[in-house]
Design a protein around this ligand. Sequence first.
Ligand code: ADP
Length: 213
Amino acid sequence: MKRKAQAQHPMLKAGITGGIGSGKTTVCKMFEKLGMPVYYADDQAKYLMQHEHFLIDQLKKNFGEDVYANGKLDRKLLAGKVFNDPARLALLNSLVHPAVFRDTERWMEEQKEKKVPYVLKEAALLVETGSYKALDKLIVVTAPLDTRVQRVSERDKTNEEEIMARVKNQLPEEEKVKLADFVITNTGSLEELEQQVLKIHEQMIEENSKLAV
Ligand code: ADP
C-alpha cells in the first residue's frame, strides 16, 4: 500500500545554479511563491559549519581549534587560512560538501511528506562540486557578466575586484548551460523572469506526471 502511495506522488529533484549575480536567489523566491520547497545549500553550509558536530570536529582538526572561538566559527580567520591557497580551499570544500550532501538527502526525504511534484536545491557551485549528478533536472540562470557585476555591486555594496575574485572560483556559464535541462536568461524585467519560471514550473509538473503512472 505504502509503495503504491509513493508511486502516485513521485517527487522530482531539480538543481538551480548560475554565476554570482545571475539571479538564482530571485528565481528561487519565485519558485517558493509557487509553493515549491527550496534548499539553499550555501546558507545551509554556513549553518552546518556552526551546528553539525562531526563537521565542526573535522574543521578543528584540519584548520586548528582557534577557528571556533567560544563555540562560534570565526569565518574571517578560516577564510584567511584558505585564502590564495587552492590546496587548503580544496580541503575545506572536501569537508563541507559531503556534510551538505548528507543534509540535502535528509531534507529531500522530509519534503516527500508534502507531496509536491518537485523540490529545488540552489547552490552557486552545484556543477563544480558534482552534486548536480544526484538531481533529476538542472536549471541554469544566466546573465551577461557586466549585468551581474552591476547587480552584485548594488546588492552587496562591494567593488568589482571582489566580485571578480568570486567569479574566478566558478565555472564559466557556457559550461553550465551545456549541462542544463532548462536555461533562464535573466536580462529583462522581473516580470519576464517570472514568466520563464512559470513555464519551467509547468514543464516540471508535466515531467512529474509522466512518472505518476
Ligand atoms: P544570485 O543569487 O545569483 O547571486 P540574486 O538573485 O541575489 O543573484 O540577484 C542579484 C541582484 O540583482 C539582487 O539584488 C536582485 O534583486 C537583482 N536582480 C536579479 N534579477 C533582476 C532583474 N531581472 N531585474 C532587476 N534586478 C534583478
